[in-house]
Design a protein around this ligand. Structure first.
Ligand code: IPE
Length: 265
């Protein structure tokens, strides 16, 4: 399961989490676990990552003599370590809520075990294999080291979740819980009506996503669809669901009617 950053954080306030939404999502994860299904959680960054990463152009890698007068940090290197720390802070908020509902949590911060970018990033996924549904492994989008002149870059949670889904055994579903939308829409969210939800997406279905490249350092909805499609082609169910209505996730897994988008192979 991927919790999108726009769902779990407040968009315009740097480093503020949406606690109530996180609590509701964790409660649903507990119900899923009580049904005997184990979940691996990958979360995004939202305002804990994108804003500072964008100001310091961390998605472009190392830029010699980059400066940002008036900012709380004085170099890209410092910004890298601050974004990593901010991500650990967001992670600890989520871990606390998972523990509150009774999970044992193992967190794996990508900057400690992953390098390079995109869907073929390097790093062993061995520590995520475990078959006990009371244990939740957690990881997140992060700034990771890169083995070339860029030195570092942003590894999206969408790449992490795709590799986990494709490489771990017995994965049945990949669920993207998103903020503010019921799934993939035919038109940008601010002009969409209830009829604009795409219930089944395959590459011949058009959508007009809104990628806020002014604040988003990873790929927005387009990246989710690309990675989701890659995973769907391996026979795993891939779904986009509004995480502000987390009971829809339970309905999907219990084979009851639910609202959202299925990504077809
Ligand atoms: C981005 O990860 C990580 C950083 C900006 C440090 P994601 O791509 O998974 O984040 P969201 O879901 O878009 O916020």
């Amino acid at each position: 399961m991927k919790f999108g950053g726009a769902l779990i954080t407040k968009k315009d306030e740097e480093c503020v989490a949406h606690l109530e939404i996180i609590q509701n999502l964790c409660a649903v994860m507990k119900s899923i676990s009580d049904d005997g299904i184990q979940t691996i959680l990958v979360h995004g960054a939202g305002s804990f990552g994108h804003l500072k990463a964008k100001r310091w152009r961390l998605n472009e890698g190392f830029i010699p003599d980059m400066e940002h007068p008036g900012d709380a940090c004085s170099s890209q290197e410092e910004a890298v370590s601050q974004v990593r720390n901010d991500m650990l802070t967001l992670n600890s908020i989520i871990v606390k809520e998972l523990e509150n509902v009774g999970f044992e949590v193992r967190t794996h911060p990508p900057h400690q075990w992953a390098t390079n970018l995109g869907p073929t990033f390097s790093g062993s996924l061995d520590h995520f294999s475990d078959s006990d549904s009371s244990i939740v492994h957690v990881t997140f989008g992060d700034v990771v080291d890169v083995d070339d002149d860029r030195k570092f870059g942003i590894l999206s949670g969408d790449d992490l979740v795709a590799r986990l889904a494709l490489e771990l055994p017995a994965i049945e579903a990949l669920i993207f819980a998103m903020g503010g939308v019921d799934g993939l829409l035919k038109v940008p969210p601010h002009i969409a009506t209830d009829e604009d939800l795409i219930e089944h997406w395959s590459p011949d279905v058009n959508y007009e996503g809104l990628h806020q490249s002014d604040i988003d350092v990873t790929g927005g909805i387009g990246l989710k669809i690309m990675r989701g499609h890659l995973v769907a082609q391996s026979g795993i169910g891939v779904y986009l669901i509004n995480g502000e209505h987390p009971s829809r996730i339970l309905s999907l897994l219990r084979q009851e009617p639910w609202r959202g988008t299925t990504i077809l192979p």
